[in-house]
Design a protein around this ligand. Structure first.
Ligand code: CAA
Length: 272
């Protein structure tokens, strides 16, 4: 997700710092961005000079300290509360007072993340959808202590990135995932109940319900681990049985079948 968000930023003309835990991972993300921008050039949607200028706006780093000059920081790290809270606490000692800190969390509480920050009023949710460069929505999430200014800064950034932002409050799953996660869980349970094959379930939902991609392809794209974490977080808050991750997905996560990113989920994918 971080790479997709960085791609949107550099395409919108923003000087962007991409921070990863290793330089190798950062370079891999940069390579993905260069690939997609290259495809846009081949299709005549972007000229080569624009592509080069966009790529020139991306600076890679492994150091949090290199985020010091940023007006907005968008966090897209592992989907767990502890590491996110640690990161937001550390950013307080690095960024300027007025910097907006946004989390791209799918289903965790923005308020609980913000509570670890030294200035929780500067923290909001900016929830992008996968793949970020293709999905127009961004949910701008107001946490308990978010200031109007921080919310409106994030909203304006969403517009600048060419997205269609919506404003919402910090409720479990916000808007889309409150609906989509139990729906996808139902789809996975149907796999076992009706003994339909994953490719046939996908055909059913694309051909019979007009979905742009089938549920198994979509969960593979999102990441089985991310989906399981999001389901667990929603179940913990809402206690609705449909929110709980189906056992088949938990088993896949435990086996390392994470979808596209691991090369295998419901389907197999070639490396890269
Ligand atoms: N950046 C830029 N371009 C990209 C890209 C990326 N990251 N990924 C793919 N593309 C390009 C492809 O290269 C392709 O171009 P070429 O074929 O010329 O190379 C082009 O985009 C279109 O690709 P597709 O042919 O696959 O496009 P499509 O018409 O099938 O649409 C889609 C793709 C928009 C993803 C569509 O299938 C769709 O809407 N799927 C549903 C996705 C969805 O529901 N996402 C939400 C997931 S839930 C979530 O994210 C929330 C959460 O918190 C977990």
């Amino acid at each position: 997700m971080g790479a997709g968000i960085a791609q949107l930023c550099i395409q919108a003309g923003l000087e962007t710092v991409g921070r990863e835990v290793t330089l190798e991972l950062a370079e891999r993300a940069q390579g993905g961005i260069a690939h997609f921008l290259g495809r846009a050039v081949e299709k005549g949607k972007l000229d080569a000079a624009e592509r080069d200028a966009a790529l020139g706006r991306l600076r890679l780093t492994t150091e949090l300290a290199d985020l010091a000059g940023c007006d907005v920081v968008i966090e897209a790290i592992v989907e767990e509360l502890g590491p996110k809270r640690e990161l937001f606490a550390a950013l307080g000692g690095i960024v300027r007072q007025e910097t907006v800190l946004a989390t791209n969390t799918s289903a965790l509480s923005v308020t609980e993340i913000a509570a670890a920050a030294s200035r929780p009023e500067r923290v909001v949710g900016m929830h992008f959808f996968n793949p970020a460069p293709l999905m127009p929505l961004v949910e701008i999430v107001r946490a308990e202590l978010s200031s109007d200014d921080a919310v409106e800064t994030a909203y304006a950034l969403g517009q600048r990135l060419g997205r269609n932002p919506i404003r919402c409050h910090d409720t479990p799953g916000f808007v889309v995932n409150r609906v989509l996660i139990p729906l996808l869980n139902d789809c996975i349970r149907v796999l076992d109940e009706s003994r339909v094959a994953p490719e046939d379930l996908d055909t059913a939902m694309t051909n019979g319900a007009g979905w742009p991609m089938g549920p198994c392809t979509l969960v593979d794209l999102v990441g089985i681990d991310v989906h399981v974490h999001a389901s667990e977080a929603l179940y913990e808050k809402l206690r609705e049985p449909r929110m709980a991750p189906p056992p088949r997905l938990v088993a896949m996560k435990n086996a390392g079948l994470l979808g596209r990113k691991s090369g295998r989920g419901f389907f197999s994918y070639e490396k890269g």
